[in-house]
Design a protein around this ligand. Structure first.
Ligand code: SF4
Length: 653
């Protein structure tokens, strides 16, 4: 087994209580790397087509990457994956913190959980073994309370806890999973999958050391990065991602009032500087990272309109925008309170904010009335109503029960006039980055494996003035934010392949490891004579496995589409009136498909591409009809034999 791995995957069946361990070979690890690569492999191989994401046949996978737990900055990351109850397709999410490294110290690279326990349980993974323990006493309790109860019960304060929270128990479709109560595997409803299995938490503790192939080289690189962080990353430590509020507002791309506007008159009241100068009481970090970009905020009881508990950290950029400008709310205390509630119930703040903004616009347009809101005046800018709606969504109370289904399903329920107000791609709510400012990112939203996502995506603003960071990928020219030509799509393709890779390595994108250093880290960790080409192919392999999974679940090219609002003029700000050209967006999507080796029209991966990536076996998972459309030189399947397998009908989860 290569260094950097434990060589052991834990398998749990919660229905039977069976616990087993697999020991994959070196070739498996080298092809998958870990994280997203590993999750995509297992979900495609293990799940039958068309299963209910909230049923016992779904898998809930916690996976570390090859660098997770290495003694270098940014190595605290790990992934969680499952068929998503939000999108109905491939789902995964990543988080920093300390849980991933601790899982490895406990002796496992990943935990694959299926089935459903009869009663609430939690999983206790320690020193190479695992037990399923009763969690009836933890059900319904908020995240910090549960974490402390598990630590007390097992008598060890060093235990790391990943958990789904009360929102996951109630199967809110965008419930997420947290670790250490402040680090979030945010997108795709992974918490709802966990809750559907009656699995409240996974606790990990172990004493095994990370053993790199070349410890001296790794130490040398860690020291060099510490110096780089001390010299260059002060600004990021100072404001973290919250600094983005001001910069995007200045550029006209701060999502405001359900993406109607790109500039928020109250931005200065909720931006990173104001947060730092008012409510910030500390900066936290992840395993082995000197950047310390995580915020901690507090409002003491009786000192403001809301008491805000510092145990739950503080808001990131996405949260300030989703629960602030997107809802027209300029009350920083209220946004921090809503952030605390999302952390306590374990809700994705992006989807929560988009759901509330959707409801506010529906209320403004008369599609929801005071009768629907139980008397709440749900207008944009009403901070109290925003905070109250977080509670209602988490507890599926009143209108909150409808919004807990996500904006796509809620709009279906409210009727045709509500559909244009539902801001999602493939049912995953749009993150806080505006496609009318970053047009390549808009195409990236449509082709993402998980539905709209900003992490495995390009941010066009990166390519406007300098492209030094991406020159090792062969991207040599600068390009404007509204460029949707093949050169921008080439940048999208090459950049996102490597984003899939970094999510498979278990490395944080906010630490400044350049591409060649990433290769060097993997070499030092594993002893492999690897290259940027091999790592990039691993990212592309993960994206293709996820694409095959989605096609098998019924994904069609017409589902890869932005909401209509982005084809209309932005309402205000420096780029008011700017719109995405639908023809160029569609052409860009086709170009991306073609560059990925997928059929330009249908987006179905070709057998040749799968073979190039060493995953020929995945072609057997393509429904025949889709495979035929991916190969126009082949005759269509005879009538009545159009699809192999039992892929879910479109429109069903
Ligand atoms: S840069 Fe920030 S998010 Fe990334 S590992 Fe460091 S502290 Fe965590």
């Amino acid at each position: 087994m290569s260094n950097g791995y434990c060589g052991r995957i834990l398998r749990i069946d919660l229905t039977s209580g069976r616990i087993s361990v697999e020991t994959p070979d070196d070739a498996f690890y080298r092809a998958a790397l870990g994280g997203r690569g590993l999750i995509a492999h297992y979900l495609l191989k293990d799940l039958a087509p068309g299963i209910d994401p909230l049923g016992p046949d779904n898998e809930f996978i916690l996976a570390t990457g090859v660098l997770t737990g290495a003694p270098v900055a940014g190595s605290g990351r790990s992934s969680i994956g499952a068929k998503s109850p939000l999108s109905g397709g491939y789902g995964d999410a990543e988080a920093g913190g300390y849980f991933g490294p601790e899982l490895k110290r406990a002796g496992f690279d990943a935990v694959v959980i299926r089935g459903r326990a009869e009663r609430p349980v939690y999983l206790w993974v320690h020193d190479g073994s695992a037990e399923i323990r009763d969690a009836s006493h933890l059900w319904g309790r908020k995240a910090h309370d549960v974490q402390e109860a598990i630590r007390a019960e097992l008598g060890d304060r060093g235990i790391r806890v990943a958990q789904c929270g009360p929102a996951g128990e109630k199967k809110v479709r965008f419930a997420c999973v947290s670790n250490d109560v402040t680090h979030f595997y945010g997108r795709g409803g992974m918490g709802a999958v966990m809750g559907s299995k009656n699995l409240r938490a996974v606790a990990a503790r172990g004493g095994a050391a990370y053993e790199p192939a070349d410890p001296e080289r790794l130490k040398e690189m860690a020291r060099a990065m510490s110096r780089q962080i001390a010299e260059n990353e002060r600004g990021f430590t100072d404001l973290g991602t919250t600094g983005i509020v001001a910069s995007l507002n200045a550029a006209g791309g701060l999502p405001t009032r359900n993406f109607r506007d790109g500039s928020f008159e109250g931005a200065a009241k909720i931006d990173g500087t104001t947060l730092r100068d008012t409510l910030l009481v500390g900066r936290e970090t992840c395993y082995a990272c000197a950047v310390r970009c995580k915020r901690v905020v507090e409002v003491k009881e009786g000192r403001g309109r809301y008491a805000v508990d510092p145990h739950y950290g503080g808001p990131e950029y996405e949260t300030l925008a989703a629960l602030g400008s997107l809802c027209g709310v300029d009350d920083l205390e209220a946004v921090c309170k809503a952030n605390e509630l999302c952390a306590a119930y374990v809700l994705d703040t992006i989807s929560t904010g988009v759901a509330i903004a959707f409801a506010m616009e529906s209320y403004e347009k008369g599609l929801l009335t005071k009768e629907d809101t139980d008397g709440l005046d749900l207008r944009f800018g009403n901070a109290e109503a925003m905070v109250e709606m977080v509670e209602r969504i988490a507890n599926r109370r009143g209108l909150g029960d409808l919004l807990a289904e996500g904006v796509a399903r809620a709009a279906e329920e409210l009727g045709p006039r509500a559909r244009p107000l539902a801001m999602h791609v493939r049912r995953q709510e749009i993150p806080m980055h505006e496609p009318r400012l970053k047009m390549g990112l808009g195409v990236g939203y449509t082709v993402s494996p998980t539905g709209a996502d900003h992490c495995h995506n390009i941010h066009d603003t990166m390519f406007v003035k300098r492209v030094d960071a991406v020159k090792p990928l062969g991207i040599l020219e600068t390009m404007p934010v509204d460029d949707l030509s093949p050169r921008k799509i080439r940048a999208l393709k090459r950049f996102t392949d490597l984003r899939h890779t970094i999510n498979s390595l278990g490395l944080c994108q906010f630490v400044g490891w350049d591409y060649n250093q990433q290769v060097e880290l993997v070499r030092a960790a594993t002893g492999w004579n690897t290259s940027l080409l091999e790592l990039s192919l691993a990212g592309e392999r993960a994206a293709n496995l996820a694409r095959v999974f989605n096609v098998r679940e019924g994904l069609r090219a017409e589902d890869d589409r932005l909401p209509k609002r982005f084809f209309e003029g932005l309402g205000n700000g420096p780029i008011a009136g700017t719109k995405v050209n639908p023809r160029l967006a569609e052409e860009g999507k086709g170009e991306y498909y073609a560059m990925m080796g997928w059929d330009r029209t249908s987006g179905v991966p070709s057998r040749a591409k799968l073979a190039e990536l060493g995953i020929e076996w995945a072609a057997a998972h393509l429904p025949r009809e889709a495979a035929e459309r991916g190969h126009p030189d082949r005759r269509p399947a005879p009538a009545g034999k159009g699809r192999r397998g039992t892929g879910a009908p479109r429109g069903k989860p």
